[in-house]
Design a protein around this ligand. Structure first.
Ligand SMILES: CC(C)(COP(=O)(O)OP(=O)(O)OC[C@H]1O[C@@H](n2cnc3c(N)ncnc32)[C@H](O)[C@@H]1OP(=O)(O)O)[C@@H](O)C(=O)NCCC(=O)NCCS
Length: 154
């Protein structure tokens, strides 16, 4: 999808170098999944991801999403958000459609994501619950950002 589907006053930005990492960090550090995430971690994550964002008329980045990917076989959708005062205007739909249309994300064997309550949003893009959850495993460390912030690196 293209920028003309955004409401007036909004612009779509594609590419890590066009993201405002300070704005992204300011939001993520207060989310349930990114609580306490250090700025340097956000900066590194953005730099190594396929990123898309939406900027409002006054230049403020108000939405963000990124895909972590090898550009060939697999991707993981992460950190999708729209600032509260800009929600309900279709920004996430334009962002996600644009991201999913990137050539690097075509013909992947698996595209994954995790969500607490936005299943219906992603179902519209073909995402389903895991077909065989017993085959999937994870290593999950929800306290890692708190340890990093406290200077504990081991
Ligand atoms: C989820 C979120 C990104 C949606 O952004 P948005 O710009 O308001 O969404 P849109 O206006 O593009 O609406 C997209 C559609 O998704 C639906 N939707 C939005 N949030 C949803 C949710 N939590 N669960 C199910 N559907 C949702 C909307 O109703 C809309 O459907 P419609 O077009 O049929 O009316 C936004 O609510 C947000 O930032 N939430 C907090 C962060 C978060 O939870 N991110 C998801 C992590 S997986």
């Amino acid at each position: 999808m293209s920028t003309e589907q955004l409401p007036p006053g909004y612009a779509l930005h594609l590419g890590a170098e066009r993201m405002d990492v300070f704005a992204v960090h300011a939001f993520l550090t207060h989310t349930y999944w990114g609580a306490g995430i250090p700025l340097e971690v956000v900066e590194r994550a953005v730099r190594h991801s396929l990123c898309v964002g939406v900027v409002a008329a006054e230049g403020q980045q108000v939405a963000f999403a990124r895909a972590i990917t090898d550009h060939a076989t697999f991707a993981y959708l992460a950190d999708v958000y729209v600032l509260p005062e800009h929600r309900g205007r279709g920004l996430s739909r334009v962002m996600l459609s644009t991201l999913f249309a990137q050539p690097e994300l075509m013909n992947l064997r698996r595209f994954m994501l995790a969500t607490r309550d936005a299943h219906a949003l992603y179902a519209g893009y073909g995402f389903t619950p895991l077909e065989r959850p017993e085959r999937m495993m994870e290593r999950h460390d929800p306290q890692v950002y708190q340890r990093l912030s406290a200077g504990q690196t081991d």
